[in-house]
Design a protein around this ligand. Structure first.
Ligand code: ATP
Ligand code: MG
Length: 394
């Protein structure tokens, strides 16, 4: 039994007992009919957000402005949206105003694709207003109403169409496809964060290459800043890629465009892997590279190298990593602290130079990680440095 669905039915029954209309809708119903497990349940209801909040104990006001709240029941979440028809769209994305409605038909006709507008009641009866079932069976993505109008209203729907190709492997219906081609440039009006959410799903989908081919075919890829060469390349290979790997490949084949928004951590990773790729695509990994970058980053760079047609060095990377005499500067037998104890040197940057020197020699195997030997080497280097630079603490 699907507990998530069963509790969802209780939400619907409670709404109905309070006198409202309510149905399952959207991705959950679509996926259920296709026999796919779905991550979230959407419910559409004639109850307004305020009425939903009054009816349930635990409700989060996730998108109240657009008529949407999240009901939390047991450990499950249900996005409950009020039947609505959208006002005019002025910015290719957001309706100027939202009108609540008491009719499910109004709500369904503002939805994007026929396959996303199937409703199911608490007894699992299906209602099909737009020949959705036929499109589902024929595996077709078709906008509700005139595609040109629908994409002009909200151009994110263009990427959503591609996203559903990637997830489901469906074909895009001819007039819908033609409208995507015609309005591809409108994607530039969509916030980059929203574009990235869709791209993430497009790159992850089981039918990624089919989706990417649609992007190329409609010239949508050309609207995505520096991604076009990468998208063309990836659309022809079999390798599974995490979205970040796909982005790295795109940036290697073109350049990083600053418009893309990544977390600081990811931006560092992207730049690190791009640099690693540059130094290891033709040459081999060495101990120092593996030490400085760590095992994971090296393996990731190696994966990117392989995908781009360079040689596989995984075995070498793992061997180098296992054989590293130190994994961290703390593992050095003679440390910065020892320099302070045994010499006059106090300036941090100078001590850093000596420690880096020790580290390099130990990692490369030129010196053993032995206190006495490192001490002798370090003291000699301190002397040389003082002679060369003069004042040790200035
Ligand atoms: P997924 O399985 O990826 O969650 P989904 O179809 O449920 O796909 P959501 O983004 O969760 O997609 O949206 C839920 C429903 O809301 C959609 O099925 C669709 O009916 C409607 N919807 C979402 N975004 C739009 C949009 N931009 N324009 C019109 N309808 C939309
Ligand atoms: Mg959903």
């Amino acid at each position: 039994m699907d507990k998530y669905l069963e509790i969802g039915k209780e939400v619907i029954v409670k709404l109905k007992e309070a006198g409202y209309d309510a149905f399952f809708v959207g991705g959950y119903v679509r996926d259920k009919l296709l026999g796919i497990k779905s991550a979230d349940i959407d419910i559409t209801s004639s109850a307004t957000p305020i009425e939903v909040i009054a009816l349930f104990n635990n409700v989060k006001e996730t998108g109240k402005k657009y008529g949407s709240v999240t009901v939390l029941k047991d450990k499950y979440k249900y996005e409950v949206t009020t039947f609505r028809s959208d006002g005019d769209y002025l910015d290719n994305r957001h309706p100027d105003n939202v009108l609540y409605s008491k009719k499910i038909e109004d709500d369904l006709s503002r939805r994007d694709f026929t396959i996303n507008a199937i409703v199911m009641d608490e007894e699992e009866n299906i209602t099909d207003h737009f020949d959705s079932i036929s499109d589902l069976e024929s595996k077709i993505i078709r906008t509700i109403d005139d595609p040109s109008k629908r994409f002009k209203e909200d151009s994110l729907r263009i990427l959503r169409a591609i996203r559903f190709v990637s997830k489901l492997g469906f074909e895009i219906e001819d007039s819908t496809l033609e409208a995507i081609r015609e309005h591809a440039h409108l994607i530039k009006n969509i916030s980059i964060e929203r574009v990235m959410v869709e791209l993430d799903k497009i790159f992850r989908g089981e039918h990624r290459n089919k989706a990417l081919k649609y992007m190329i075919n409609t010239k949508l890829d050309l609207e995505l800043y520096s991604l076009s060469s990468g998208i063309r390349f990836i659309s022809d290979i079999e390798a599974k890629l995490y979205p970040i790997e796909a982005f790295i490949i795109c940036f290697i084949l073109d350049d990083i465009d600053d418009i893309w928004r990544f977390s600081n951590k990811n931006i560092r990773l992207i730049k690190q892997i791009m640099d690693l790729h540059e130094v290891t695509k033709e040459d081999i990994f060495n101990r120092f590279i593996v030490y400085v970058n760590g095992l994971e980053a090296c393996l990731l760079a190696n994966k990117i190298n392989i995908v781009l047609g360079y040689k596989d060095q995984e075995e070498l990377i793992r061997e180098l990593y296992l054989d590293l005499p130190i994994k961290d500067v703390c593992d050095l037998k003679f440390k910065g602290q020892d320099i302070i104890w045994l010499t006059e040197l106090r300036k941090k940057s100078w001590i850093g130079i000596i420690v880096d020197d020790l580290k390099y020699n130990v990692i490369m195997g030129y010196l053993p990680n032995d206190y006495e030997i490192l001490k002798e080497y370090a003291l000699k280097k301190v002397k040389e440095l003082i002679l060369e630079m003069g004042d040790t603490n200035g």
